[in-house]
Write a protein that binds this ligand. Structure first.
Ligand code: 13P
Ligand code: SF4
Length: 316
């Protein structure tokens, strides 16, 4: 996808990376040019594992704010940059720290498992962080009688409840991108493409997930399309992942699941705030930089480390 206009930016970015001993980590929802410029592209778990182990001095995080924050919490001695500081997340915003602290108080004796899509303050109020690729396994490591609060994504929470048979107290948050899919249009599309597999991210609503042949994190979805013999896939998640799917399986067709209206609403407006040009200027000027209070880092790192330790033990 390297366009003529951006060719200089690609080589400038490579030069700067070398000079500054920097690494570019990009989420699958980033625009294709950014994915091409990245050293590592991944889902939230893969990206935090990379952020924890990199030897680079600078991490440029092409993703959204909570992801860059997580990298900073895991590697506080490194400079962590985010190409557009306004790249937020509707799910993280749906869980303000003061309201969550009050909610937690209502459920004494509950362990707090929190999806990584939340602010550093929420992480500091949590016992274990999870991502969509390890949430189910993390819940399954807990004793059967352990009471659980799961936040902030109610759709992922409902899916984990259904998979594990465990009742959890759910925070009422959701992702604006994954709640946009039209059940009716997906059914019509499946009828039009009867041999297509329908695959979905667990942030989608239950009624959408019920139709899916496979449910998984972005990495899970990508791997499924690599291995499955089907030639067509209807994909219910942010459209950025389709670039990698198509790259890895050029002979297969990927159809974005249709939203409820006519706009391109399954593009995450936050993720798409980052551009190749912003990636370049951010590496050149070393800003915007993620700055966090040390005491917040000390509190927030514990539940993230717990997630990484459990994931390592489970071979995730
Ligand atoms: P994963 O990449 O972990 O599947 O998460 C998707 C997402 O919504 C990130 O914002
Ligand atoms: Fe947040 Fe949804 Fe965008 Fe992911 S896709 S960053 S959960 S708003």
């Amino acid at each position: 996808m390297q366009t003529n206009v951006s060719i200089d930016l690609f080589s400038e970015i490579q030069k700067l990376k070398k000079q500054k001993n920097a690494i570019i980590l990009a989420h699958y929802y980033q625009e294709p040019d950014i994915q091409d410029a990245a050293d590592f592209i991944g889902d939230s778990l893969g990206l935090s594992q990379q952020a924890a182990k990199t030897k680079a001095d600078i991490i440029v995080f092409a993703g959204v704010h909570f992801m860059a924050e997580t990298a900073k919490i895991l590697s506080p001695q490194k400079k962590v940059l985010l190409p557009d500081v306004n790249a937020g997340c509707s799910l993280a915003d749906a869980c303000p720290a003061d309201k969550f602290a009050a909610f937690k108080k209502k459920y004494p004796g509950h362990i707090v498992i929190t999806y990584v899509n939340c602010s550093a303050e929420i992480k500091a109020l949590s016992d274990i962080i999870c991502t969509s690729s390890n949430a189910q396994k993390i819940v399954e490591t807990l004793p059967k009688d352990q009471k659980i609060i799961f936040a902030p994504d109610k759709n992922l929470g409902k899916y984990i409840q259904q998979q594990t048979g465990r009742k959890m107290v759910l925070w009422d948050g959701s992702c604006m991108v994954h709640e946009i899919f039209s059940l009716k249009k997906i059914i019509q599309l499946k009828e039009k493409h009867p041999s297509a597999k329908f695959i979905a991210h667990p942030e989608c609503e239950t009624r959408i997930l019920e139709l899916a042949d496979y449910i998984g994190s972005t990495t899970g979805l990508l791997n499924y399309t690599k291995k499955d013999p089907a030639k067509e896939f209807i994909v219910a998640t942010e459209t950025g992942i389709i670039y990698q799917m198509q790259k890895v399986s050029p002979d297969k067709t990927f159809i974005p699941a249709p939203p409820d209206n006519s706009c391109a609403c399954n593009d995450c407006p936050h993720m798409k705030l980052n551009t190749l040009e912003k990636l370049y200027t951010c590496l050149r000027d070393e800003k915007p930089e993620i700055i966090l209070d040390n005491s917040l880092i000390e509190r927030a790192v514990k539940p993230i480390r717990r997630m990484l330790e459990i994931s390592e033990k489970l071979g995730l």
